[in-house]
Structure formats: structure tokens, C-alpha cells
Design a protein around this ligand. Structure first.
Ligand code: 4NP
Length: 146
């Protein structure tokens, strides 16, 4: 799960998908393409909206997305088109490029829909993001039979 800061959207996506899969079978992680929040806990508003839905993301810490992630992971879900550009820029191999998908393609295939960055907005934005990611992660968990 990849976003820009790895403190708002992708930590939620990580926590939500983890809550829907068998941790012995699937390794879920998140990262950001920006360096500002390396080592940071998720944004308090993400922590709170997750808590409201019984998902605990307090143990997560921000980390940078790296080229090695293309080798480690089978699927790379990005939150928006700009994350997608940032991630693809790090990748030469077509096989690995094919691992990268907009997470909302799960709900709106081919419509190119972004998960909006809630960072500069209010709490409602975080609830909206939570609901989108919850639906998308449901699809992912079922589609891949995770
Ligand atoms: P995220 O939101 O990509 O959903 O984690 C952001 C958080 C922080 C910043 C940008 C986006 N920032 O510029 O610090």
C-alpha cells in the first residue's frame, strides 16, 4: 500500500487489509514515496478513524518505498495517480510495472479514480477515505482469496 507521506492513506489501507486476511498467508505493508515522515507514527486522524472501526494502526511507522519493494511484493496498490508515477519512475522492468495498480481500480475499474489526500482537510475526509479503502480491501481480499 503506497501513498505520499505514509502517514494518512496507506497506513489505513495496510491496517484495513490486514484485518481481512490471514496473517500467516499474506504479508501486508505500506510505504510512502516522500521522505518527510520516515519513522513517524500515522497521523492522529488516521489512528482515530481506524480505532473507531476497531483497527489498530498505532504500531506502524513511516518508511520510504524503495526499488527492493518490487522484488518483495506481488501486488503494489497506490492511492493516487501521482503515487503511481512516483513508483513507476523507480522501476525498469515491465513485469514489475504490472504489479502497480490504483487501489480504487478495485471499485471503479478503468475510471482512474484517486483516493483523495485527506492531510489538509478535516475529520470527515478521513472517514471518507476509510470507507473507500474498506470497500476496496474487501474486494482485494476476496479477489485474491487471501
Ligand atoms: P498521505 O498524506 O500521502 O496520505 O500520507 C500526506 C501526508 C503528509 C504529506 C503529504 C501527504 N506531507 O507533505 O507531509
Amino acid at each position: 500500500m503506497v501513498c505520499l507521506g505514509n502517514i494518512c492513506r496507506s497506513p489505513l489501507a495496510e491496517g484495513i487489509l490486514k484485518s481481512k486476511v490471514d496473517p500467516n498467508k499474506v504479508f501486508v505493508d505500506s510505504a510512502g514515496t516522500g521522505h518527510w515522515h520516515i519513522g513517524d507514527q500515522p497521523d492522529i486522524r488516521s489512528i482515530e478513524v481506524a480505532q473507531k472501526h476497531n483497527v489498530d494502526i498505532t504500531n506502524q511507522r513511516g518508511r520510504l518505498f524503495t526499488q527492493e519493494d518490487f522484488l518483495e511484493f506481488d501486488h503494489i496498490f497506490v492511492m493516487d495517480n501521482s503515487n503511481k508515477e512516483n513508483v513507476l519512475r523507480l522501476c525498469q522492468e515491465q513485469n514489475n510495472k504490472n504489479k502497480v495498480r490504483l487501489i480504487l481500480d478495485e471499485l471503479y475499474p478503468g475510471e482512474n479514480v484517486d483516493v483523495p489526500d485527506p492531510y489538509y482537510g478535516g475529520e470527515q475526509g478521513f472517514e471518507n477515505v476509510y470507507q473507500m479503502l474498506d470497500q476496496a480491501c474487501d474486494k482485494i481480499a476476496k479477489r485474491f482469496k487471501f
